[in-house]
Design a protein. Structure first.
Length: 322
């Protein structure tokens, strides 16, 4: 028997697993790439390219988000964004999301509704669908997403291809999410534009395929900090990367917030994570696409430097070391 539509004050315990699944999947229009959506043992997603880009990321309450800082809808958008940014960083466009969700039994179904709405809102920006997943009991909110993407006939852009002489360019914001975290950590909720950057990143999804078409030799998204993530390109490509501070964009809003908090805005730009901007290496500075900013160069050697010198202090976030 199909579960009856629930009342607004239900908890997931009262709703039950299958009632909750019905609640969050009914009435959702899937994109054309979803050949079979939720309701069976597995989804079927079209792969016109013949290859599928796949990535997964997990968000845990208290580590990646706090419900006293973010609304459930913002959490859902963030969960989708951090995964789809990884797809874009391969030069692909997201096509589908599979969602693993865990929560305590007393969790309100309205909270789940809002979280799922956020997932769909972000997925719709790329024309992707939420095609399936799983729901379980957990001590706190946990969201694990597997994102699938399509390369459109292009070769994937990996971390392994940067060459000496390439330029390093970035598309998207840097330092905003770190500034927002600093503001929230001090108990403030404004300026809203900075705080919202921590709540919901704004990855430039279309810039990934754009960079691939322009001949990018290596690319990734900035999830843990510009210097830390560029270290992955340097290590994988067996090259050195040098960032020039005079080429970095430090927005006046970040300068104002840093002044109020006694912080260094350049540190946020260099080491702050969770903005999910894209950073890539290009062989010809004249071929860097519109919307990208050149910020450094690839050289012989190893590691990442700033203005030719090692950076003092942590270069970004790393789990279990903080």
């Amino acid at each position: 028997m199909r579960p009856q539509p629930p009342s607004e004050d239900d908890t997931v315990a009262r709703m039950g697993e299958f009632g909750l699944i019905h609640r969050v999947t009914r009435g959702r229009a899937q994109p054309a790439s979803t050949l079979l959506g939720p309701g069976d043992d597995a989804a079927v997603v079209a792969a016109p390219d013949g290859r599928v880009v796949a990535t997964t990321d997990m968000l845990v309450e208290g580590v990646h988000f706090r419900l006293d800082w973010s609304s459930p809808e913002q959490v859902g958008r963030k969960a989708a964004a951090v995964n789809m940014a990884d797809v874009a960083a391969m030069g692909a466009m997201p096509t589908a999301l599979l969602v693993g969700f865990g929560c305590p039994p007393e969790t309100s179904t309205t909270l789940v509704d809002d979280l799922v709405a956020g997932l769909w809102q972000e997925a719709n920006q790329c024309g992707a669908g939420v095609v399936g997943g799983d729901m379980v009991t957990a001590d706190k909110l946990v969201i694990s997403i597997t994102a699938l993407g399509d390369l459109g006939g292009r070769e994937p852009v990996t971390r392994f291809g940067a060459q000496v002489g390439d330029v390093i360019a970035v598309c998207g914001r840097l330092g905003w999410a770190a500034a927002g975290l600093a503001v929230l950590g001090r108990g403030f909720r404004s300026p809203v534009s900075v705080v919202n950057a921590q709540r919901v990143p704004e990855p430039p999804y279309a810039a990934g395929p754009q960079a691939a078409r322009a001949g990018a030799t290596a690319m990734l998204d900035v999830s843990d900090g510009l210097l830390a993530d560029l270290g992955h390109i340097a290590d994988s490509s067996e090259v050195a990367v040098d960032i020039r501070t005079e080429l970095l964009e430090v927005h006046q809003r970040l300068i104002d917030v840093a002044s109020a908090l006694g912080a260094d805005p350049r540190h946020w730009v260099l080491t702050g994570g969770e903005d999910h901007a894209l950073v890539a290496a290009f062989p010809d500075p004249r071929e860097v696409p519109d919307g990208w900013r050149t910020i450094g160069t690839v050289r012989a050697g190893q590691g990442v430097t700033v203005d030719g010198l090692p950076y003092e202090g942590p270069s970004g976030w790393e789990h279990w070391r903080q």
